[in-house]
Design a protein around this ligand. Structure first.
Ligand code: NAP
Length: 655
């Protein structure tokens, strides 16, 4: 794999050359039959330079996806037939003309390709160009260098956290040559992916929607990557980006105080030995993550329990759970992965369910990518990257249409609209099939809230299978206390266990918990927030100059969009904000309270229209004052629009 194209192509995984196609027509026909057609047609068009194959009549209709995705974006049989013929002709051409590479596309070709993939929705194009290396105006990497705009000026940034967001920001800051120090409290990078190594951990969104625009790995083995694969990926990215040696591991941010006079943050960090150090930075980028502070319920008697207890994120690999009596508390995304991974090897398993999860069908959840897919990414130039772009394109509208609430909908509180009820009925039909012969389990498996009101899981039947196993018990009674040997529930049952797994989630609304951030006027940020974390574009907070949050409040998409896009954009926006400061020769910029209020009002309005914003719904999407402070209710394309440029009208500039 060559990296020689890095400067021209904004991709740490860029390949100049692909393996030549040498196979027979029959083999190519098989490939055309198995390929994702929109991705393949676009790949052929780009590699041959002939976008005429992307005709209007072959545009995938992008039929709205209620539960299970539609192959080829919902193309009709007739469209698929014609597309396969064109694909076969194209594959033969790549073979016969020995086309093994692809280069920059003309603006017209980019328009043709994006017009084809988006069904002509020009509104999405700019956000998609952020992901497309073959577009000359891929506007993701900085087009400026620190020394060109601020030669000789002391300006050092502190990036806090070396997880998914911190790595993205570090890469862009390094490209711009902005001096920075990166710290992470852990002794390894990877954030959530180095912390979560419980049995069964893997992505619950498609792998191809979960990577950086600047590091487009395409040879992923699994359709939903295992946790270790993401961890390896992040390490590889950090290494290729030259970041690893720049990270101070075992270093925690303790406090930061803005000094108006100096125009800088006075920062205290603590190392693994507890030694504190005070230093000065002109800006802070907080990339501390969101689902990171374990929520461990305060059950009476917890200190009495003599067995082993651990939170899913704090899994102790040295403890052998096999053959033990195990309790798993919680039925969210983590429990959903742990339970099927362990149930066959434990002596007994008791699952404590407070509310049942909705699960979207994902029949291939544990599957590898097919051999045909592996062939395509090796031999058809840029096929894997086109496939990634296509996954991201389909993720723009995502499933918003299934969670938007109809006014005065009579089906509440079980559904929020006719489409939502249709989804509910479809998912219940699946559960009915899965729990055949176990009406007791079916009864408790059907959630009593609308689909989408809480995060939906991906299901290929393993959850039901694990719950139906002879050695598994599901308890829906409230836990009243822990004893020396187990868990007592409200029905009076005592469950004897050796291991308690708290799969009880996190405290996502406690942004910057454990860190003191004192802004202008001496106000600590948590005092400013009063339990309701708010940030303009999820990034900046009035009174906290040159302080940028990545994965801040209201940034997480839950039924649509790419999280990496959101996090990368927040990092790139912070870099552009710093450029504004440097260009203007001022000390700092500080977002106005009006801009923040406007933003919060805008996201609140939309969140209130969603399943998760209904007054009868409670989930981790809401904070302690009941506002939905975690969720981004719009599309990636909308986030592109609001972060494309730093609007000076929204900021005060501090001389
Ligand atoms: P979660 O979704 O918040 O689930 C926590 C579970 O614990 C819920 O079932 C909750 O019940 C239950 N619970 C909490 N307090 C309880 C109590 N006092 N008594 C009984 N039950 C209690 O947490 P998670 O499963 O760790 O997942 C959190 C988020 O992390 C996910 O939504 C997802 O965004 C992310 N995640 C992603 C992946 C992935 O991509 N691979 C994997 C894991 C997690 P209620 O529902 O009634 O509150």
């Amino acid at each position: 794999m060559s990296t020689s194209g890095i400067d021209r192509y904004d991709d740490l995984f860029w390949r100049d050359e692909y393996e030549p196609i040498t196979e027979s027509d029959e083999f190519l026909q098989e490939i055309a039959d198995k390929a994702d057609l929109p991705s393949l047609l676009v790949a052929i068009a780009a590699a041959t330079g002939d976008t005429a194959v992307l005709t209007e009549d072959l545009r995938p209709p992008l039929t709205p996806v209620d539960t299970i995705g539609h192959p080829h974006g919902g193309m009709s049989e007739a469209q698929q037939h014609k597309a396969r013929e064109l694909a076969l002709t194209g594959l033969r051409r790549l073979r016969d003309e020995r086309i093994t590479s692809v280069g920059m596309l003309s603006d017209t070709a980019v328009t043709d390709v994006l017009g084809y993939l988006t069904g002509g929705n020009a509104d999405w194009s700019d956000s998609l160009k952020h992901e497309l290396d073959l577009a000359e105006d891929k506007s993701a990497a900085p087009d400026w260098r620190f020394e060109d705009v601020a030669e000789g000026r002391r300006f050092e940034v502190l990036i806090v956290g070396a997880g998914v967001s911190g790595i993205a920001a570090g890469h862009r800051y390094r490209q711009a040559g902005v001096p920075f120090t990166m710290i992470d409290a852990a002794d390894r990078l990877g954030g959530t992916w180095q912390k979560n190594h419980y049995p069964g951990v893997r992505l619950d969104t498609p792998t191809f929607g979960y990577s950086y625009s600047f590091a487009q790995r395409v040879d992923w083995p699994h359709q939903f990557a295992e946790g270790g694969e993401i961890d390896d990926y992040l390490n590889t990215v950090a290494e290729r980006a030259g970041l690893i040696d720049l990270i101070e591991f075992g270093t925690r941010l303790v406090s930061s105080r803005w000094d108006d006079e100096a125009g800088a943050w006075i920062v205290v960090t603590r190392d693994a030995q507890g030694a504190e150090r005070t230093r000065t930075f002109q800006a802070i980028v907080s990339a501390v993550g969101q689902l990171d502070i374990p929520n461990i319920p305060d059950f009476p008697g917890a200190e009495r329990f003599r067995g082993v207890a651990m939170h899913s994120q704090e899994w102790d690999d040295s403890y052998d759970w096999r053959g033990k009596r195990v309790a798993v508390i919680g039925t969210g995304a983590s429990a959903y992965q742990i339970v099927p991974a362990i149930y066959e090897e434990v002596a007994s398993l008791t699952v404590f369910q407070r509310s049942a999860p909705w699960m979207l069908p994902a029949p291939t959840y544990h599957d590898n990518h097919s051999e045909a897919f592996a062939w395509l990414v090796r031999k058809v130039p840029y096929y894997g990257q086109w496939y990634r772009l296509w996954v991201i394109t389909q993720g723009i509208p995502g499933r918003f249409h299934t969670v938007r609430a109809e006014k005065d909908w009579p089906g509440a509180p079980l559904s929020v609209s006719a489409t939502n009820r249709k989804v509910r009925d479809e998912l219940i039909a699946r559960l009915t099939e899965q729990f055949e012969g176990r009406p007791d389990l079916l009864e408790i498996a059907v959630p009593s809230y609308p689909p989408g009101a809480k995060r939906m899981l991906r299901d290929n039947g393993v959850w039901a299978k694990a719950l139906m196993a002879e050695s598994t018990t599901v308890s829906t009674h409230a836990i009243v206390e822990l004893t020396e040997t187990g868990i007592r529930t409200a029905d009076g049952t005592h469950h004897e266990v050796d291991l308690i797994v708290y799969a009880t989630g996190f405290k996502p609304s406690d942004y910057l918990d454990g860190v003191e951030v004192i802004g202008r006027g001496g106000v600590e940020i948590h005092e400013f927030w009063k339990g309701d974390a708010r940030a303009y574009n999820g990034i900046t907070v009035p009174g906290y100059p040159n302080f940028f949050m990545l994965y801040g409040p209201n940034i997480g998409g839950v039924v649509a969009g790419s999280l990496h896009f959101m996090l990368e954009r927040a990092g790139e926006y912070s870099l552009e904000a710093i450029r504004e400061v440097l260009d203007r020769g001022v000390k700092a910029l500080d977002v106005t309270p009006e801009a923040l209020d406007r933003f919060v009002e805008w996201v609140d309005r939309e969140n209130r229209l969603m399943a998760w914003g209904q007054p009868y719904v409670r989930s981790w999407y809401q904070n302690s004052v009941g506002r939905v402070s975690q969720v981004w209710p719009y599309t990636n394309a909308e986030y592109w629009k609001i972060t494309e440029h730093v609007n000076p009208d929204d900021y005060d500039f501090l001389p």
